[in-house]
Design a binder for this molecule. Structure first.
Ligand SMILES: [Fe+2]
Length: 382
């Protein structure tokens, strides 16, 4: 596969305490008025105050937009874009988890493009500049990815917006911002990061460069997620998780997630599942299936999870063992079992159709026959 997407265009400022440099960064880039995008929790945590102090020291004006919601609804973005343009801000600074960053991305799209954000799920956008992102979780990778996942509340679907023309100008990665994450958020975001690496590793668009990096990202999450869960103040492990998550975002850009994320998006919207949990719930079944088409890669994932092979295993046995190892890994970390849902055959068929049509599904490394996807889905939901 020949690809031209192995590009990393975001200027990354990284290291402990790098948040202190935000004022200097904006000043050097020539910005004068920042539109700050965040949620209520970020405000309460004091992070926004630290940022505004630094902006004031560098004489950068700002407007605060603290209305971000989880699974960012399109209307919050449309409203933010209106306020941003009305206030004459010349850059957008998104601070927080994936929802804040994706909201900031959406607002920045509408600074340079007419209409509403959901229009850009289906059409190209003009180039956008002046987006600065400050992630405070280690999972989504949105800081280095080309995507923004927006919720279309009216139709109860998640709409991926492809942002090749709206990549962040700067990503400021300060691991100190992630030490305050509670257990469940650390777990869910970490599992999201892992699923990005696994799916990008096995994507139809994967290449030797992305494989090399995905292997490191998977290993880093597997080793460090258990550490940050029991030692939340362990800055060295938090830093590694942050790197793995951001690199995972880059891999989404370069190789892409595929059917695992298609399933996670559809099931997440249908049953209101936390995204990282939805990704982890589909992975055991997906790993088994992937072993049939990417046997060596799935074997490697198993090695990272502690599977020891005799060398005589069939493809099905490899899939089964890796799937079990992943289930054990997440159980030990405290992921609750997937809730059981009673759904009819007609609903199963409808969900399957949504999954097959979900935009990331085209990167699946195996053909998406509807009956086969339905069988996978039935296994996940059983
Ligand atoms: Fe994800």
């Amino acid at each position: 596969m020949v690809t031209d997407t192995f590009v990393q265009s975001v200027k990354v400022v990284t290291g402990r305490g790098s948040l202190q440099r935000i004022g200097e960064l904006l000043e050097k880039a020539g910005y004068q008025k920042a539109f700050l995008v965040f949620d209520e929790f970020m405000k309460q945590s004091g992070v926004i105050e630290k940022i505004t102090q630094k902006l004031q020291e560098h004489k950068i004006a700002f407007v605060e937009y603290g209305e971000v919601l989880p699974d960012p609804p399109s209307e919050i973005i449309d409203k933010g874009a209106f306020l941003c343009k009305e206030s004459g801000c010349d850059c957008v600074v998104a601070i927080g988890g994936g929802s804040s960053i994706d909201t900031g991305k959406g607002i920045n799209v509408l600074r340079f493009n007419e209409g509403q954000i959901l229009d850009y799920a289906a059409k190209n956008m003009k180039p956008c500049a002046g987006l600065i992102v400050v992630p405070t979780t280690a999972g989504t990778g949105s800081e280095l990815s080309n995507g923004a996942i927006i919720t279309d509340s009216k139709n109860n679907v998640k709409a991926p917006i492809l942002c090749f023309n709206n990549m962040p100008e700067y990503a400021l990665l300060d691991p100190e911002l992630t030490v305050g994450m509670p257990y469940q958020l650390t777990l869910m975001t970490g599992l999201d990061a892992f699923s990005h690496a696994v799916e990008s590793y096995t994507s139809k668009n994967a290449n030797p460069m992305t494989d090399f990096i995905c292997e490191k990202a998977m290993q880093t999450v597997i080793e460090n997620l258990p550490i940050v869960l029991v030692q939340p103040q362990n800055l060295a492990a938090r830093e590694k998780m942050q790197c793995a998550a951001s690199i995972g975002g880059w891999m989404l850009y370069s190789a892409s997630a595929h059917i695992g994320h298609s399933m996670a998006h559809v099931l997440g919207a249908q049953f209101h599942l936390v995204h990282g949990a939805a990704c982890a719930y589909v992975l055991p079944t997906l790993l088994s299936k992937l072993a049939t088409v990417s046997t060596e890669k799935i074997k490697y994932v198993g090695q990272l999870l502690g599977v020891i092979y005799s060398g005589n295993e069939t493809t099905a046995e490899i899939g089964h063992r890796v799937s079990n190892a992943f289930q054990q890994y997440v159980q030990q970390l405290g992921l609750p079992p997937m809730p059981s849902y009673e759904i009819s055959q007609a609903e199963l068929t409808l969900l399957t159709q949504k999954i097959v049509q979900e935009p990331l599904a085209i990167f699946s490394p195996f053909p998406l026959e509807e009956n086969e996807v339905q069988a996978l889905l039935a296994e996940i939901l059983q």
